[in-house]
Design a protein around this ligand. Structure first.
Ligand code: SF4
Length: 313
């Protein structure tokens, strides 16, 4: 999967309200994950695994980063995330430490957090400056339903791993909770999540909902009233991230969005078509597609089981 033109393992920098200009670094091939979340923006998980190995060569990643820095690349954060879960790459800790040393830019680890109960994964995570794991459910049935984990990842292990990580980590841990209408938004589910949050004790809890289209899937956003209710139930450290309320395009993104619109105007495209066509990472493309759909400039069409984006006017 191509990222920033000429750099296979990088994407962005993507403007982020939480992290500023964030350069994405991809440590696994599309789409390698121990979850198969029903809301995943990247579509179904094709490599559903908890096996850690060198999916992407760390020296190659650092060569990309070095070249990008030499070409005057600047960012507020290097964010290890991308085409699945970065903790599956066995060299993640080494990659994060070397990336920070090379660039002097702080490193954020964006992960589902489901493997943090394994000591090797926790040790790798300690190399970050900021960890943003997720937790969407705190009852076993809803965990299975929303995240569809590989075997051996139990909810107890998951929550224990998150708790251990917060205790051991020198920096901040921001726990992200993704709410999906009709699945994890009842008072019972939110109360169970509140109990889990009190045992994990992250520095912040960031409540989000499904604001971007998940190709081919039917996960729906919750309404503003539910976001408020969740914030109350999840406790004083919980906030609703601003993009959950509104659908603005981050500053500086207009140019990229115009490119996406112009490509889709030429012919209907899938997410992957746009990603390949413009050399942008799917995580970046999906933001522009979502905003264009919300503005009525594009609409989605299901054709032979694939989701196409089509000019809306
Ligand atoms: S953990 Fe992230 S990458 Fe993996 S399936 Fe869920 S949303 Fe997609």
């Amino acid at each position: 999967m191509s990222g920033v033109a000429g750099y296979e393992h990088l994407y962005g920098p993507v403007p982020s309200r939480r992290l500023g200009r964030s350069l994405g670094i991809d440590m696994v091939p599309m789409k390698t994950c121990c979850f198969d979340c029903i809301y995943c923006q990247l579509g179904p998980t094709t490599c559903h695994t908890r096996e850690r190995r060198d999916y992407v060569d760390v020296d190659e990643v650092l060569r990309d980063l070095e070249a990008w820095l030499e070409a005057d690349g600047t960012a507020d954060y290097l964010t290890f995330a991308g085409s699945g879960d970065p903790t599956l790459n066995i060299d993640l800790g080494d990659a994060m430490a070397r990336a920070r040393e090379l660039s002097g830019i702080p490193v954020c680890l964006l992960t589902n957090g489901a493997l943090l109960w394994r000591k090797g994964v926790r040790d790798a995570a300690m190399q970050a400056d900021l960890i943003v794991p997720s937790l969407d459910a705190a009852t076993p049935e809803t965990f299975e339903r929303i995240n569809r984990p590989v075997a051996d990842i139990t909810l107890d292990r998951y929550i224990d791993g998150l708790t251990e990580t917060v205790l051991a980590f020198h920096g901040e841990v921001w726990l992200e909770v993704m709410l999906v209408a009709g699945i994890n938004d009842t008072d019972e589910e939110l109360a169970a999540l509140g109990d889990a949050v009190r045992s994990i004790r992250p520095d912040e809890v960031q409540i989000n909902t499904v604001v971007r289209p998940a190709p081919g899937l039917d996960a729906q956003r919750v309404d503003n009233g539910t976001l408020v209710r969740a914030r109350v139930i999840l406790g004083p450290d919980a906030t609703v991230i601003s993009s959950a309320w509104e659908r603005g395009v981050p500053e500086g993104a207009e140019h990229s969005e115009a490119e996406v619109l112009s490509l889709v105007s030429y012919r209907p495209c899938t997410l992957e078509d746009v990603s390949h066509g413009l050399g942008m990472h799917p995580n970046e493309v999906i933001k522009y597609l979502a905003h264009l759909v919300s503005q009525g400039k594009l609409h989605r069409e299901d054709r032979d089981g694939k989701v196409f984006f089509v000019r809306g006017d």
